[in-house]
Ligand binder design. Structure first.
Ligand code: 5GP
Ligand code: MN
Length: 337
């Protein structure tokens, strides 16, 4: 994989470009894709953003979101764009399998693939160019670096800043995690000097839910959360009936896993959702518990040190049993607080 900087001399020649991101895109995935979309479009490229799956309604305000194709919904059109693409930017994921049903087409595509990502252990052989840096707060920060590095900061407009700010905000827990470095704050300062109104972005993403989501959270925290104080671990599970009863849509469960980390002493929070054909796991930790390795070893997943996810084909009950039995092996790590 050559450095992404090597692309700068090539940016002036218009190309057919596809930008994609991980399935069920979060603010960082969608924000980085659309931030880059607005940049490349201004440079004269013909750009199509494709999301491997649908996305949360709280991302619909992002400038450009209406042009994004949902691969599962518009497969033929998406496949056509992939076939024609000369460049494919892959944002905010480390392995092609994170694009779910789109993965085989990406694998087979002969287009030049470019990675911009901050997850651990990227599949670098799949990409011709790229940058992978786990010290970065977000892929949005990396897209900003890419734009700055190209010397075309004159193209940084309000739409791009809104998209990029949303992603950094999302991935840093609203500038709370240690990844919110001085450089991140400098980037935000630059956005503010250029006229970004950041409160609008916070409100669009965090104050835009329907009542049912809060009733659902109340139900889950009351009836679906178990705390193991010996292991400083919280486990939350969500059944298919819960999702149906509260009419839970993509995005409504975002942030649910973080609640138990607010309980004194809790070092690890795990959430499993009985979603569609898979059981989907989220893991969040404070301090020295490595969620990435845990998710990788036991739940066919990965991510970052303090935030990772995974999935399983087994039933919800089997998953819960499996987690409760495995977690005991981590007693020394989790109980030394
Ligand atoms: P979340 O729990 O919010 O879905 O994901 C947390 C982090 O773990 C994100 O950075 C996400 O990209 C990563 N992640 C979530 N699910 C998976 C998975 O199934 N496989 C891998 N490799 N990473 C995941
Ligand atoms: Mn990210």
């Amino acid at each position: 994989m050559q450095s992404v900087d090597q692309l700068y001399p090539l940016l002036d020649t218009p190309r057919k470009v596809v930008i994609t991101m991980h399935q069920k895109p979060d603010p960082d995935a969608m924000g980085s894709a659309l931030g880059l979309y607005h940049f490349l479009t201004q440079l004269g490229h013909a750009v199509q953003v494709i999301s491997p799956t649908n996305w949360a309604a709280f991302l619909d305000w992002m400038p450009g979101s209406r042009t994004v194709l949902d691969y599962e919904k518009f497969k033929d059109k998406s496949e056509e764009s992939l076939r024609q693409a000369e460049w494919i930017f892959c944002l905010d994921f480390n392995t092609l399998s994170r694009t779910k049903r789109m993965a085989p087409s990406l694998q087979q595509s002969t287009a030049v693939k470019i990675l911009i990502d901050h997850h651990r252990e990227p599949e670098v052989t799949a990409f011709a160019y790229g940058v992978s840096d786990i010290s970065k707060s977000s892929t949005c920060e990396m897209v900003y670096d890419f734009i700055k590095g190209s010397g075309r900061m004159d193209l940084l407009n309000l739409s791009m800043m809104q998209c990029l700010y949303a992603g950094v905000m999302g991935d840093t827990g609203s500038f709370r995690f240690s990844s919110a470095s001085a450089t991140v704050h400098e980037m935000v300062a630059e956005f503010k000097h250029r006229g970004l109104e950041h409160t609008i972005v916070h409100e669009q993403v965090y104050d835009n839910f329907l009542e049912n989501r809060f009733r659902f959270i109340g139900h889950v925290l009351l009836h679906r959360m178990e705390i193991n104080y010996e292991l400083n671990t919280a486990l939350i599970w969500v059944t298919k009936q819960d999702l149906l009863k509260y009419d839970i849509k993509t995005g409504d469960t975002e942030g649910l896993v973080n609640y138990p980390l607010g309980i004194q002493g809790i070092k690890l929070a795990a959430l499993v959702i009985d979603r569609d054909e898979k059981r989907k796991w989220s893991f969040r930790s404070k301090g020295g518990f490595d969620c990435n390795t845990f998710a990788r070893q036991h739940f066919n997943g990965g991510g970052h040190f303090n935030a990772a996810g995974g999935e399983s084909d087994d039933s919800l009950d089997q998953n819960l049993e499996q987690f409760k039995s495995i977690i005991k092996e981590y007693k020394s790590e989790l109980s030394s607080y």
